[in-house]
Write a protein that binds this ligand. Sequence first.
Ligand code: FPP
Ligand code: MG
Ligand code: MG
Length: 330
Amino acid sequence: SSNDAAVQDSYRLVESEMSTLCDSIRHELSINQGELGTIVRYYFDGTGKAFRPMVVMLMAKACNFHQQTEQLISDSQRNIAMITEMLHTATLIHDDVIDASDSRRGKDSINLVWGQRKAILAGDYILSIVSTILARIGNPEVVSIMSQVVEDLVRGEFMQLGSKEDENERFKHYLDKTFKKTASMLAASCQSVAVLGGCNDAISHIAYQYGRNLGIAFQLVDDLLDFVSSEQQMGKPTAADLKLGLATAPVLFAAQQYPELNPLIMRRFNQEGDVETARSLVAKSDGIEQTKILASEHTKEAVRLLQHLTSSNVQQALMRLTQELLTRQK
Ligand code: FPP
Ligand code: MG
Ligand code: MG
């Protein structure tokens, strides 16, 4: 598909960095030779999409080119990409405990194989190594930018445990949560590589806003794929959000057309038949389509922001990757 082509084009521009990413991460996590080492390295087997680090490396190159008409990625920028993938994976390990999920990246989840207690500690361990790598970069501004992500992730995940009473506040709550659990990381890591590339505040801010818009679009698409994709396609359970009590964009849009969804959202779909009722109302509604439209508004804004950077092959690839996000299948 054109989506695959866009990913491949982008991949080629950062191929040497991407091909060593997993080994570098495994190396960072290699000091521990026992069971903990085995568990923390389990997902870094080269089969993940590695979407986040790819975006971060492309942004680093685009910023470097903008700043000094050369693209070479510095060690510290490469470390931000590595931190992004590690932090993301640590949160997924914890997330699968919270969601009682038994598969991830096409494999049995860590909590399924080793149990919840070891999964929690594995996530904590990766987080601790992330902190040391961040400290090693030695840039206080970047430490502060990236530390905010950890706070946002926890707060975003916590927000998801409760539903907002007021129907009018629900969408705002959902978007705020989406920023925190997904977009904050992309925003902060894009901003960090801009700062490390010597870009001024205006450009660093543009990098941040790009990551924010990309992240929100990414999660909107993730939330709609939960309704329309399959476990085989995604490598993780689908049709899961309603069962977890979560009202994401497709349901929230559907509730505007079918207000009878509101009490189900309030009780987090916990009564017999709620999940099926909600699923069929979403299917009858424009919820999926409206979610796609909202995602496309964010990708368009992201592409618009990229136009502030000097035109280059990397900038073009990033634009295409951003547009093609809307048609991703996994
Ligand atoms: C996946 O969402 C979850 C996240 C993106 C964030 C999870 C954050 C935490 C568990 C708290 C912070 C943890 C650390 C280590 C700082 P999802 O369940 O909607 O996605 P899925 O379908 O991939 O499971
Ligand atoms: Mg989950
Ligand atoms: Mg979750």
